[in-house]
Design a binder for this molecule. Structure first.
Ligand SMILES: [Zn+2]
Ligand SMILES: [Zn+2]
Length: 152
């Protein structure tokens, strides 16, 4: 966990308008059907815009999920551009506002990155477009060790 911060103090940005560069290797908890075997690289530039913040940058890393058909592990490469407006308080139309990513001077980096990744990941991943899934007879992958006859 060395060199990682789950949240960032953005008081300087909010109160003085100073730009803040954030570079973190951020460990993420599992969410949805995805897990994160290694920390993701987060590079953000945070600026003040009006009463809120403008967060731009990139999130790089990889997620692991299970193929929706055969349940094999699937690695999903993440290379995301981030461009988010964050408003203080939760009474705005900002889709991130309701989750209180910005709480006073604390920006919940982990939650923000989690939401960015969550909206970028597909609901279901496949190990390959041609994945034939599992055999309903033997339970093995149909294009693997299954030797059952499959009339089609
Ligand atoms: Zn598969
Ligand atoms: Zn089979």
């Amino acid at each position: 966990m060395k060199g990682t911060r789950a949240s960032v103090d953005v008081g300087g940005v909010l109160h003085t308008g100073r730009e803040l560069e954030v570079r973190e290797a951020l460990a993420l908890p599992d969410f949805g059907s995805f897990s994160f075997p290694a920390p993701v690289d987060v590079t953000f530039t945070i600026r003040r815009i009006g009463r809120g913040l403008d967060v731009r940058g990139t999130v790089d890393g990889s997620a692991e999920g299970a193929c929706a058909r055969c349940l094999d592990d699937v690695k999903v490469h993440l290379e995301l551009d981030v461009d988010e407006r964050l408003e203080p308080g939760s009474d705005t139309g900002d889709p991130l506002g309701e989750n209180n990513v910005l709480n006073g001077d604390q920006l919940d980096l982990q939650d923000l990155v989690r939401q960015v990744i969550d909206s970028a990941l597909p609901l279901a991943v496949l190990c390959g477009e041609a994945c034939a899934g599992l055999c309903t007879t033997c339970g093995h992958k149909r294009d693997g060790i299954c030797r059952c006859a499959h009339p089609e």
